[in-house]
Design a protein. Structure first.
Length: 140
């Protein structure tokens, strides 16, 4: 679990950190801006000395939707019209936002789900070996 500050700021590197159960953003040391998904160049000050930084994994629900018509990968996990799930946008304590699965809320009763609900990061490992993939989720 050593730090690898030289990883490129790509989706693949971000996903590799997820597989290590780390939620990572990039921070610009020149102006302190934070980017999630990570960027290599700071659009605010054009700085290019960005560095990976691990986020706390704590945030609040900013927006959400209950999904009743699941894509095939979610159907394989048992989701369906009768067993919907929630996807949402989470605003992290650090001020950046990301979309993710939302756990611990009642997908069948979206009217009861509150924007602003405190959430904590969860890493969902699916598949085995080469097929293994880690999905980002947040739990109420
Ligand atoms: Zn900057």
């Amino acid at each position: 679990m050593s730090d690898q500050p030289n990883r490129p700021f790509t989706a693949a590197a971000f996903n590799r950190y997820l597989a290590e159960h780390k939620l990572m953003a990039s921070r610009c040391p020149a102006c302190d801006a934070l980017y999630l998904p990570p960027r290599a160049i700071c659009p605010r000050c054009q700085g290019d000395a960005l560095a990976w930084t691990e986020l706390s994994g704590h945030g609040r629900l900013a927006a959400f939707t209950s999904i009743f018509v699941a894509p095939s990968g979610m159907i394989a996990e048992g989701y369906s019209r009768d067993n919907p799930y929630v996807a949402g946008v989470v605003e992290l304590d650090e001020g950046v936002k990301i979309s993710a699965r939302i756990l611990g809320v009642d997908a069948r009763n979206p009217a009861a789900i509150q924007v602003g609900t405190p959430l904590s990061v969860e890493f969902l490992d699916r598949g085995e070996g080469e097929q293994k993939k880690t999905f980002l989720a947040f739990k109420a």
